[in-house]
Design a protein around this ligand. Structure first.
Ligand SMILES: C[S@@+](CC[C@H](N)C(=O)[O-])C[C@H]1O[C@@H](n2cnc3c(N)ncnc32)[C@H](O)[C@@H]1O
Length: 225
């Protein structure tokens, strides 16, 4: 089978391999793309991306601050969720990751969305810009270190979300959020168990992704007055 039989063909086209296998040609979903794209940093898994968007209440028109950009997996989902009426500003400390993420986002969308601003630097620098956001998503090891900088940029009622791999990091983040005046602080993890479904056997698959990260959400209050 020639590669040219697939390139430019309609989605859903079926071709046969040389050995006779039936191949169904489909565009990758975002979840497929993020797990296959070249990675610099560890990506946010698709199962967690869904929860970040829903519990973080990230919708068309939202103004979202993200750090670190890493490989750009979460950036893709944020861009698609906020759409052209929204804005995503994403900071990354490492230049190689910053470029890797830009290449991944461009590969997925065909070009960089006009409502995305990928910045090389420390997310704490955002405090000096005078910009304001509705949502902040932090996938970096020490979110508490950047919380003071976020105070000036997050609207009252705005939501911050942290994605952390270990329980002790979560405890530090929760205590820091509460000390910084955030309310409605909650932590959750997302477990997804896929199933094997066939004529003679219906059961959970033997393997699953046992652990990725814990999600913590908090909502900013107004200054007491
Ligand atoms: C786990 S990765 C992020 C992966 C990303 N969410 C994704 O889905 O591809 C964490 C990233 O945060 C970056 N980072 C750590 N501290 C930072 C800071 N203060 N400002 C900006 N980026 C930071 C690191 O360089 C690293 O690339």
């Amino acid at each position: 089978m020639a590669h040219d039989q697939i390139v430019g063909a309609a989605e859903g086209t079926v071709v046969r391999s040389h050995s006779g296998a039936r191949l169904l040609c489909l565009r990758p979903r975002m979840a497929d793309f993020t797990l296959k794209m070249p990675r610099g940093a560890q990506v946010v898994y698709p199962k967690d991306v869904g929860a970040i968007l829903v519990y973080g209440d990230i919708a068309p028109g939202s103004r979202v601050l993200e750090a670190g950009t890493g490989s750009g997996a979460l950036t893709l989902a944020l861009c698609r969720a906020v759409g052209p009426e929204g804005r995503v500003v994403s900071y990354e400390l490492r230049e190689d990751f910053h470029h890797r993420a830009a290449a991944n986002v461009e590969m997925f969308f065909g070009k960089l969305p006009a409502w995305l601003d990928l910045r090389l630097g420390d997310v704490a620098e955002v405090a000096a810009t005078g910009e304001r956001f509705d949502r902040v998503v932090l996938d970096l090891p020490e979110p508490r270190a950047v919380l003071p900088a976020l105070d000036a940029v997050l609207h009252p009622g705005g939501i911050v979300c942290t994605y952390l791999p270990t329980a002790n990091q979560v405890q530090q983040a929760v205590l820091a959020l509460e000390a910084a005046g955030f309310g409605e602080v909650e932590t959750l993890e997302v477990m997804v168990r896929t199933w094997h479904v066939a004529e003679r056997s219906v059961r959970p698959d033997h393997r699953m992704i046992g652990h990725t990260g814990f999600l913590t959400f908090g909502r900013k209050g107004s200054p007491e007055g």
